[in-house]
Design a binder for this molecule. Sequence first.
Ligand SMILES: Cc1cc2nc3c(=O)[nH]c(=O)nc-3n(C[C@H](O)[C@H](O)[C@H](O)COP(=O)(O)OP(=O)(O)OC[C@H]3O[C@@H](n4cnc5c(N)ncnc54)[C@H](O)[C@@H]3O)c2cc1C
Length: 503
Amino acid sequence: MSRDRQIEQRIVILGGGSAGWITANAMLQRWGDKGADITLIESPDIGTVGVGEGSTPRLKFFFDGLGIQESEWMPKCNATYKVGISFANWSTVPGFDRYFHPFASEIDRHTKTAFFFNTYARRQGVDVHAHPDRFFLAARLAHNRQGPKPNENFPFFVEYGYHFDAGLLGEYLKERATAQGVKHVQAKVVEVNQAEDGDIASLLTDTNEVIEGDFFVDCSGFRGTLIQGTLDVPFHSFAENLFNDAAVVLPTDAEETIGSQTISTAMKYGWAWQIPLTHRIGNGYVYSSGFCSADEAETELRGALGLLDSDTEARHLKMKVGRVDQHWHRNCLAVGLSQGFIEPLEATALNLVCNTVYDFIDTVDAHGFSGEGREAFNETVNLGFENVRDYIVAHYIMNSRDDTDYWRQNGSNSNVSERLQQILTIWKSAQNLSQEMERLKIPSSYTPMSWYCLLAGYGFYPATRPVPADHPAVTRVDMATIDDFVRRCSLNFRSQNEQLHFQ
Ligand SMILES: Cc1cc2nc3c(=O)[nH]c(=O)nc-3n(C[C@H](O)[C@H](O)[C@H](O)COP(=O)(O)OP(=O)(O)OC[C@H]3O[C@@H](n4cnc5c(N)ncnc54)[C@H](O)[C@@H]3O)c2cc1C
């Protein structure tokens, strides 16, 4: 890869949501002193989607890569630390009505093997403890509302993501990028001009400005104005196995003791998120409009939040779930909702945004803008989308609710990818999931630990049978020792509230 390559290109980014400003900051950092001239156009009239307030650890790597301190950006975005996600009421299996999907920690290596071992035994019908939560430090931190940063005397790393106000994050990234040289045009693009060969040549705004460019980045949101609208790149819907296509959003007051997890609670026709920020809790219900109306969804969410008599206004959104076939086509790269979206159950959208942008930058650093490396790049991004989709679909396949048609149809949906089918078969046949995934070369963006947590978390086990007390599966893992170990480790972490007090 040639990091020395000059990038003498006029790069025009259409859209100033999180995707647009993440792209602008990333390209500026890598190419700003190599001749790249970056302009971002956004329409104040259209606005941004304004949601998307939970991240994976990928966002931390993004900030670290730009050299931005948490003490600098977090207070400005009312951000909090996130150690994982709880899934409540998705499973009806006794003892499994809730589980936690942890971000990884260095401590896990002391407990993970015991968890894997117990799930193996339990899948063979041995009655041992095989729910993930007691095995993972992050689950304990979430339960105690502790932050992920250990005290100095405990040098073990816990991965974490963030919760943040999406509007404020966009503002922060905008200020940073414009201060460092990104040109910012506030106008609506009303026409896209193409060159004879079909490449995009320029954008015409409603203020009659013609903005020419060599390369264009489509961050225009669900519209996909350039990639789908002008360049006609086909959109591949995921609706056959991800039914949710709408959301309703309602804020509530912040809690005094701020949590460090996202809570995802299954509802009648989808699920509701609860995201703790410093100034409010973000709540939203993601549902399928094929099964309930916007009014019904709003009423159900208001009921769950105790807001039936409140005049707090709800915001309704539509979602287009799927991906474009090519994320880089001609002289255009699509990033963010314009390239595709998988519903936000695991808060993966900005993860995919960062992966797309940095993979693109690396490809261009290696091959220039000639198009060499484009096919491989598109395949990688598509695989990233499909891997996330499979993991999300697994939640719906695993659910054991039968209270509405929505859950019944999700549970019996046979539209699953071959990869997911293989993973489920390995699990059901009580084989070693990590080894088999490696042996069969099943690609996944999720680690075996995440898969074990999901499948075990739903209580996806056969009925247990009486087991002799001296069976190795009963004697090998001492849960009291594990509980004590995880509890002692957790003593080395302060509360989320304390960790948010930056000096
Ligand atoms: C219900 C819901 C929940 C979500 N939760 C999460 C989450 O927890 N975690 C996560 O990572 N992601 C989440 N997402 C996704 C996340 O919100 C988006 O990935 C992220 O905000 C990026 O959006 P964007 O910048 O692509 O699009 P947008 O925010 O829609 O921005 C589009 C931009 O394009 C501009 N624009 C469009 N057309 C024109 C035009 N003709 N001329 C000029 N400007 C134009 C607009 O003005 C705007 O600036 C969620 C999404 C939804 C719908």
